[in-house]
Design a protein around this ligand. Structure first.
Ligand code: ATP
Ligand code: MG
Length: 684
């Protein structure tokens, strides 16, 4: 068990921890929760031994290993490839391998030398080899690759240099390394910030199976709900534990606050009475001793703090931008590809669009990681070269927010200097009131950017973005790092906003509150939908169910009404023995691949024989039927309003629903491709 014993820590005059005591029980799943800037990251730093408290001690038993995933990764990147970097988690095994190499070399050198020496070396070699195999050295690469794939890397990415990946992906490698080490205690600081829904699913599964202790910081309430059995609330320098998940915590906190409030009010009343007594009888000799004892009692009284006040409302008018023309932005049909570091070409968009943004549009740009959302956001602001035409409308002024903006703040500025540095500087009163709206207190505004917490930095960058009255905003993942209260501030700000915006986000509640149009990036195209996010999801599920193009009666796909003829004329080439052997080898290889991966995951499926194709097709049809059956079950679950009240479970079901739809789509596509290929082969 790790024990935090009477920890105190201040930054300047600000007390972050005050006599904080916290026994961290083994095997617990703890959500460390509190608003931006309360000290969560600092506390993890203290537990990990990276920050020393001013007073008190962290007691970690010597046998316990602690692994820490920090909120932000630094800029320094090793020259390793992704998989090499992941494998450094096994540094002990790698050291043994190096030793084995050097013993082998030495053996080569002493060959023909003294028998005793050779015997000693052979012994050593044997010992090292045994050690390596008991530690499972041969599975190191496999384990590493498996984990990286789980976290969303593609097979082709694994051997690319780490330096070619963005911060978010480097964060995933850091996470992979951490998980491979299998520490007893995992400290995770906002691990979902850089993950898409599928990788979050994967991480959840991983954490569920993980046997050790987990301390998790997150502002994502679904994630907290599913992953934790204890909430440790950090407030006013101390930890208060709640023995349940996040939903339990919310309920329980409410009732504890009620109790605290009445205890506080009682005590305040008593204090007032005592003070009145003292005041009245202070100069009466007959009461002198009673007065004295009451004064003492008051001094000794342990004061109950007032319960924290509820979320303050936002009272701020955001500067109103000049009106733009009716058409804000037109993108002609467009394509975009990148040259990847290894020389290959990655196509992000092919013949997407045309797209039109009109004044007053509030667009949610959604899609999986890697679907090109950030690229499209940059195309929209005009900083990303692409094939196609971008036409800005009359009097349009654009401003852009992306996560890296928070990192490009000048660390030596104070918050207020940072905002004043904005070209269209406004007067200090206005800036202060904007900062107040973004939950910075009077004292905070002189803090240096370099010491700000993740959420505080994001808030400064957002305030900076919203300070300049532009009429077209493009926001890329603005809610990352923000606590719930700050998200509400941003929602409020965007509701007030009179201009036009395009926002990239995974946060369903956020999107539902502010957007009225959807752009869905998928497979190099953009699907547009005029409605809210929830409406879009609903519409999608309906469309997939009703679309006669993709399903025939009986639930089996009909491939645009075509039916496959299964008779086939065999054209046998003249065969040499060698030729036949090679053919058989290929057939076996293909058969194994088909069996192990399924035809939907094969790239070279066209090489399969006609009979293999046919049986794969039957298999696909079976899988399609199964998934459709599962989907209707989940649909029934989702349609029941009772289940909707349980946010965690219905979110889980929605995710499952999406996943199955994704899979179904893939299966349909492969089915179509296979059946028309087979048809062609037969008729050729
Ligand atoms: N070196 C420092 N000097 C002064 N103040 C600091 C320093 N480091 C952190 N702080 C302040 O201490 C507070 C706690 O920071 P911390 O990063 O622990 O917050 P957090 O709870 O993790 O917030 P978030 O949810 O935004 O990540 C913040 O207000 C931050 O500005
Ligand atoms: Mg933090």
């Amino acid at each position: 068990m790790i024990q935090l014993d009477n920890i105190s820590l201040s930054f300047g005059s600000r007390e972050i921890f005050k006599n904080l005591n916290w026994p961290i029980k083994d095997g617990k799943r703890i959500g460390l929760f509190g608003p931006n800037g309360v000290g969560k990251t600092t506390l993890l730093n203290v537990i990990a031994g990276q920050t020393h408290p001013d007073g008190g001690a962290v007691i970690v038993p010597p046998s316990v290993t602690v692994g820490y995933l920090p909120q932000e990764v630094g800029d320094s990147v090793s020259a390793n490839t992704v998989v090499e970097e992941g494998m450094t988690a096994f540094s002990d095994i790698q050291a043994l391998e190096r030793e084995m190499e050097s013993v082998r070399e030495e053996l080569g050198r002493v060959s023909g030398g003294s028998a005793g020496e050779r015997k000693r070396l052979l012994h050593r070699l044997d010992a090292v080899q045994t050690e390596l195999s008991t530690r499972g050295a041969h599975t190191v690469r496999y384990q590493t690759e498996k984990l990286l794939l789980g976290l969303g890397f593609e097979t082709g990415d694994l051997n690319k240099p780490l330096s070619t990946f963005s911060g978010g992906w480097r964060m995933r490698v850091a996470l992979a390394k951490l998980l491979l080490v299998r520490p007893d205690v995992l400290l995770l600081d906002e691990p979902t910030n850089h993950l898409d829904i599928e990788s979050i699913d994967w991480l959840e599964k991983y954490l569920r199976e993980f046997k050790g202790t987990v301390i998790l910081v997150s502002h994502d309430q679904y994630f907290l709900d599913r992953m934790t059995d204890t909430i440790a609330e950090l407030a006013m320098g101390r930890i208060t534990e709640y023995a349940g998940n996040y939903s339990y915590y919310l309920e329980e906190r409410k009732s504890r606050h009620r109790i605290q409030k009445s205890a506080y009010e009682n005590q305040q009343r008593k204090i007032k009475d005592t003070e009145r007594f003292i005041e009245r009888f202070r100069y009466k000799n007959t009461k002198a001793s009673q007065v004295q004892s009451r004064i003492k009692a008051l001094e000794k009284l342990e004061r109950i703090p007032p319960p924290p006040s509820d979320d303050p409302a936002v009272h701020f008018k955001f500067p109103e931008p000049e009106r733009s023309g009716k058409a804000v932005l037109e993108l002609s049909g467009f394509s975009k590809s990148y040259n990847a570091a290894d020389g290959s070409v990655v196509t992000v968009f092919r013949d997407a669009g045309p797209l039109l943004i009109s004044r007053g549009d509030k667009i949610a740009l959604i899609g999986k990681n890697g679907a090109g959302k950030s690229t499209l956001a940059r195309i929209a602001i005009g900083t990303e070269p692409f094939e196609g035409e971008r036409k800005e409308g009359y009097n349009v002024s654009v401003t852009y927010f992306a996560q890296h903006l928070a990192e490009s703040l000048d660390p030596s500025n104070t918050i207020i200097e940072e905002l004043e540095s904005q070209a269209e500087a406004r007067n200090e009163t206005e800036i202060r009131s904007l900062l107040g709206a973004f939950l910075f207190s009077e004292g905070d505004v002189y803090k240096k950017v370099s010491v700000l917490s993740g959420g505080e930095k994001s808030r400064v960058a957002l305030a900076k973005t919203l300070l300049s009255p532009r009429n077209f905003l493009v926001l890329d993942e603005p809610t990352n790092h923000l606590d719930i209260q700050s998200r509400n501030v941003l929602i409020e700000a965007l509701r007030q906003y009179k201009g036009t915006f395009l926002v990239v986000s995974h946060d369903r509640h956020f999107l539902d509150s502010i957007t009225n149009k959807i752009w869905y990036a998928e497979k190099g195209r953009i699907v547009t939908y005029p409605g809210t996010y929830s409406e879009f999801r609903y519409h999608q599920s309906l469309r997939e169910r009703m679309d006669p193009e993709s399903t025939a009666e009986g639930g089996t796909p009909a491939g645009n009404g075509r039916r496959v003829k299964y008779d086939e004329a065999q054209n046998k080439p003249a065969e040499s023995g060698e030729f036949r052997r090679l053919e058989a080898e290929k057939r076996n290889r293909l058969y194994r691949e088909l069996r192990d991966r399924g035809i939907e995951n094969m790239e070279n499926w066209e090489e399969l024989s006609a009979s293999q194709l046919r049986s794969a097709l039957t298999g696909l049809e079976q899988r399609i039927r199964d998934i459709e059956c599962n989907i209707s079950e989940v649909e029934a679950f989702l349609a029941d309003p009772d289940n909707f009240r349980d946010g965690g479970r219905s979110a889980e079901a929605t995710q499952k629903f999406d996943r199955m739809h994704g899979e179904l789509k893939k299966l349909y596509e492969r089915w179509e491709a296979v059946s028309s290929h087979l048809e062609k082969r037969v008729s050729d």
